[in-house]
Structures are given as structure tokens and as C-alpha cells.
Design a protein around this ligand. Structure first.
Ligand code: NAD
Length: 259
């Protein structure tokens, strides 16, 4: 297997950290970003090195700031090496009906979940073209394919990510670059645990009872997807076997979107 230079956004937690661990265990070079304190970043980097990453680099950038995102990618290519694989994963959530949706939360959510992907992709594409190889993997969501009430910003951003994925796949179709979106159903991460917590506050059910109800509402196999399963799907999309898989929105959702 070829060793790749990989950049993962939002890898200090949840799905991004799971993807980073799977890719580190296959010996790839890993550069990552995400919000975390110094001790956590040291612990994450040490874990990725222990798992076998060829190199590990952390880059600090607030994904709401386009200039900072572009500078981060430039710094990563200078420090780690040219990025072969870009995984756009950083994301946030806010749940509220449209009439009560705070404007600042809408702006932040679109910036982190959608616009940051525009900046990272625009920053790596020339280099990938020049080298004749690239893999861009955007972590969208089932909410890139179907909607849920009270998640207007998230659903809009994630549908946008699917549209961005298809557009860039067309722009790069003859350049050796593939562009795909992964669309997970429920994954038990801090982003979802916050929603379970809010629901249990309203219902007065225990956290675990509410988690069980949540998974049964939409995900027919009644099983949370794991970050490691998403990491394994990334490994496939990075592989030569997936050279013709491009412009796809791939659900990993226990049949949620089969409804
Ligand atoms: P998480 O909260 O565990 O992780 C989110 C990551 O994004 C963290 O590393 C965080 O630091 C980073 N991040 C957030 N805001 C940032 C900012 N302004 N600047 C830099 N980094 C920032 O959440 P997760 O569930 O692991 O989500 C990861 C991705 O997967 C998101 O795009 C999310 O929408 C998507 N997703 C999650 C689920 C799920 O059920 N958990 C399902 C489908 C899609």
C-alpha cells in the first residue's frame, strides 16, 4: 500500500479522530486540526504516532475563518508534504426551529460545515492536479440527502457539501483526483451526545433511554455507526480500487436513507 500525506479537519474528537486512528494504523502521514487544549493535542498526536503514523502534525485554525483555513493548508504542505488526501470533517450542529434559529449560529454552521470545505479544496487542488493524484473526502451526513425538522442550517450545509462534491468531481474528472462525500447516520460522538442530552432534559428520560429511542427513530439497523467504520470507508476511497468512484454521496447509515 502506498503511504499517503493526509490532512483531516476536526480530528480532535469523534469521527475525525476515529478516521485519523484508522489511517495512522496503516502508516500514513497525518496532519490534522480541531479545537482542543494543549494537553489533548499532545495526547492525540502521541496516540496517532503509537498507532504507526509515518508523521503527525497538528495545525491550529478556526474553520470559520477562510483566510486562516487557507494559511493552515499552506503551512501543512510546507511542514508535512504535499497533501494527497484531504478529509473535510470538521462540523458543528445547532437544533432550533427556523424562527428561533440564532443568526450567529446559522453563520457559524454554514462557515464550518460548508464554506471551510470550499477553502481547503481550493487550496489543495492545484498541487493535486500537478501531481496527477488526489483524493478528496467530504464528511457530509444523511442530512446531505434527506432532512429533519429543526436542523435547517445543518441540512442546508450538508446538502451543500454533496453539491460541492459533485461539482469538484466534474472539475477534476480527468486529473487523477476523486471527490466523494460520506453520509453517515447516527454516530455516537460529542456532537450527537449533546443532542441526546438536550432530549433527555425535555423528556425526563435517562440519557441511555433517550439514546435508545433516538437510534430506533431513524436508523433501521438500530446500531450506531462507528468512527472506525467511517475510517475504513475512507481507506477504500483512498485506494486504487476506488479510482473510478467519484462524485458519489455514499451513505453509511444502517438503511436510514432507504426509507
Ligand atoms: P465532534 O463534535 O465530535 O467533532 C467535531 C470536530 O470539529 C472537532 O474536532 C472540533 O474541534 C472540530 N471543530 C468544530 N468547530 C470547529 C472550528 N470552528 N474550528 C476548527 N475545528 C472545529 O463531532 P462528530 O460527530 O465527530 O462530527 C464530525 C463530522 O461528522 C461533522 O461534519 C458532522 O456533521 C459529521 N456527521 C456526524 C454524525 C454523527 O452522528 N455524529 C453524523 C453524520 C455526519
Amino acid at each position: 500500500m502506498v503511504t499517503r500525506y493526509v490532512f483531516i479537519t476536526g480530528a480532535t474528537s469523534g469521527i475525525g479522530y476515529g478516521i485519523a486512528q484508522i489511517l495512522a494504523s496503516k502508516g500514513h502521514h497525518i496532519a490534522y486540526n480541531g479545537l482542543a487544549d494543549f494537553e489533548d493535542i499532545i495526547a492525540i498526536s502521541d496516540k496517532l504516532k503509537d498507532l504507526g503514523a509515518a508523521s503527525v502534525h497538528y495545525f491550529d485554525a478556526d474553520m470559520r475563518n477562510g483566510d486562516a483555513v487557507r494559511e493552515m493548508i499552506t503551512a501543512a504542505e510546507f511542514t508535512m508534504g504535499p497533501i494527497d488526501v484531504l478529509i473535510n470533517n470538521a462540523g458543528i450542529q445547532h437544533v432550533a426551529p427556523i424562527e428561533k434559529f440564532p443568526i450567529s449560529r446559522w453563520d457559524d454552521l454554514i462557515a464550518v460545515n460548508l464554506t471551510a470545505n470550499f477553502h481547503t479544496i481550493a487550496s489543495v487542488i492545484d498541487g493535486m492536479r500537478a501531481r496527477g493524484f488526489g483524493r478528496i473526502i467530504n464528511i457530509s451526513s444523511v442530512h446531505g440527502l434527506v432532512a429533519s425538522a429543526n436542523k435547517s442550517a445543518y441540512v442546508s450545509a450538508k446538502h451543500g457539501v454533496v453539491g460541492l462534491t459533485k461539482t469538484i468531481a466534474l472539475e477534476c474528472a480527468t486529473d487523477g483526483i476523486t471527490v466523494n462525500a460520506i453520509c453517515p447516520g447516527w454516530v455516537r460522538t460529542p456532537l450527537v451526545e449533546a443532542q441526546i442530552h438536550d432530549r433527555s432534559e425535555v423528556s425526563s428520560r435517562s440519557f441511555e433511554e433517550e439514546a435508545s429511542i433516538l437510534i430506533q427513530e431513524r436508523q433501521p439497523n438500530r446500531t450506531f455507526v462507528t468512527p472506525e467504520q467511517i475510517g475504513s470507508l475512507c481507506l477504500y476511497l483512498m485506494s486504487e480500487a476506488a479510482a473510478s468512484v467519484t462524485g458519489m454521496a455514499v451513505p453509511i447509515d444502517g438503511a436510514w436513507t432507504a426509507h
